[in-house]
Design a protein around this ligand. Structure first.
Ligand SMILES: *Cc1c(COP(=O)(O)O)cnc(C)c1O
Length: 429
């Protein structure tokens, strides 16, 4: 949503004057969707004029359980009404105790994951920074391997492992100690996987410093919904293990059930050394992040990494309730996988009707890729005009990305995709 292609579609006269007179030019979503949002419930957002939108954006994946989910809202209201601790840095609170116990009981233990849990600051970038810092401290090495079209956040460490050249240029200083490698299928299946990576690791003349860690997304959300194959992920995990390189899975966007299972790497049967979570971990769109790592990697000294907003207790309350509500049984996973197939079938039908359009994705992260990138932004805007919120992703914004709340009904999914189909037809013709 943030590239010039979309920005030129902006119609900001529809917004109050303070947006252009007071807010920085850096704003972007309000340009693509030039309307004032007023309220939201479940998968629906209502603007100030009373117009309703079906939300297939879901806070960029921060609202997997929908807007103002009533099951999560009530304990939050009760907590605030009872003067529960709101801000606590990393002091012990009842809300945090309950969250840690629930996370261990419902997420870590059933999956045999012997991870320690760190509370970094409340954003995905905070979690990525903590992961990179820890990997460097544990190994005593500096360099990190990242992948083409990766997205890990906007702070300097996270930006150094992010691919997008426009975002990287924003740093204004050299982004060092990171080396990009080709993501799965980067060469369209022509080059043998990991051939290049293994070769440069072995070659004393390659110029590659021995890396501390590899950081990777199982599905590149911002990078254009590029899906890594399970055997590629397994190959990467094995390579890291053989070479004693730490494997960091950035599950900020694809975790918390977006691809079906709680963690997006579960299907590959791999166990990363470090995992980042944010976006939907609070369940309610409240800022919160976690960094998980193997117990033996916990070499932090007390207070060595900190942050004022690590103890956002209202987020702990909703996070624990979300785990108890959706992750006690397998039902939610099965529903997500079934809805993912429903979305994919419909997208395949749209793609079959139009030359140069193809479907891609995993679970409930699905999208349409356009050979003519400008059509993706145009179709997205046409869908907005017809009442559906979706964003584009990929290096040229060539992919329309559907991230509906996982709680969206089958009927709403169909209704939204009907509108998308109309928008695509209207744009392509
Ligand atoms: C959104 C995202 C981040 C950054 O999270 P922020 O909360 O915006 O800092 C990092 N990694 C991935 C994969 C993301 O999707």
């Amino acid at each position: 949503m943030s590239t010039p292609a979309t920005i030129t579609r902006s119609n900001e006269p529809d917004l109050p004057a303070v947006y252009s007179s007071v807010e920085s030019e850096v704003r972007s979503y309000c340009r693509g969707w030039p309307t004032t949002m007023a309220s939201a419930r479940g998968s629906w957002v209502t603007d100030a004029s009373g117009r309703r939108y079906l939300d297939f954006f879901a806070g960029a994946g921060a609202l997997n359980y929908g807007h103002n989910n009533p099951i999560l809202k009530q304990p939050l209201i009760d907590y605030l009404a009872n003067d529960g601790i709101v801000h606590s840095l990393d002091m012990a609170t009842e809300a945090k105790t309950h969250l840690l116990e629930t996370f261990e009981r419902l997420i870590l233990r059933p999956r045999g994951l012997d991870y320690k849990v760190q509370f970094p600051g409340p954003t995905g970038a905070n979690s990525v920074e903590a992961a990179l810092k820890l990997a460097r401290k544990v190994t005593g090495r500096e360099s990190i391997i990242s992948f083409t079209n990766a997205f890990h956040g906007m702070t300097l460490g996270a930006l150094s492992v992010t691919g997008n050249s426009m975002k990287r240029a924003g740093a204004g200083i050299p982004l060092v100690h990171a080396t990009p490698m080709p993501y799965d299928n980067y060469f369209g299946g022509v080059t043998e996987d990991f051939h290049w990576f293994e070769r440069v690791l072995d070659d004393s003349g390659s110029g590659l410093n021995r890396p501390a860690a590899v950081i990777v997304e199982t599905v590149q959300g911002e990078g254009g919904l590029n899906v890594a194959r399970m055997e590629w992920l397994r190959g990467l995990a094995e390579l890291c293990q053989r070479r004693e390189i730490l494997l960091i899975i950035d599950d900020v966007q694809m975790g918390c059930g977006r691809t079906g299972p709680f963690f997006s790497f579960e299907e590959a049967g791999i166990v990363p050394d470090i995992v980042t979570l944010s976006k939907s971990i609070s369940g309610y769109g409240l800022p919160m992040a976690l960094t998980l790592f193997r117990r033996d990697l916990d070499v932090w000294a007390p207070g060595e990494h900190n942050g004022t907003f690590r103890g956002h207790n209202p987020a702990f309350v909703t996070a624990a309730k979300a785990l108890e509500t959706y992750w006690e049984t397998e039902t939610f996973v099965e529903d997500t996988l079934a809805k993912g197939r429903q979305i994919r079938d419909r997208l395949d039908q749209i793609a079959a009707k139009h030359e140069g359009v193809s479907a891609r994705g995993r679970g409930m992260a699905q999208g349409l890729k356009f050979e003519d990138a400008a059509l993706a932004s145009a179709a997205c805007y046409a869908a907005f005009e017809r009442g559906v919120l979706m964003e584009t992703s990929g290096p040229s914004d060539e992919v329309i990305k559907l991230l509906p709340p996982l709680t969206t009904s089958e009927e709403d999914l169909d209704a939204g995709i009907d509108i998308l189909a109309e928008a695509v037809a209207a744009t392509v013709e």
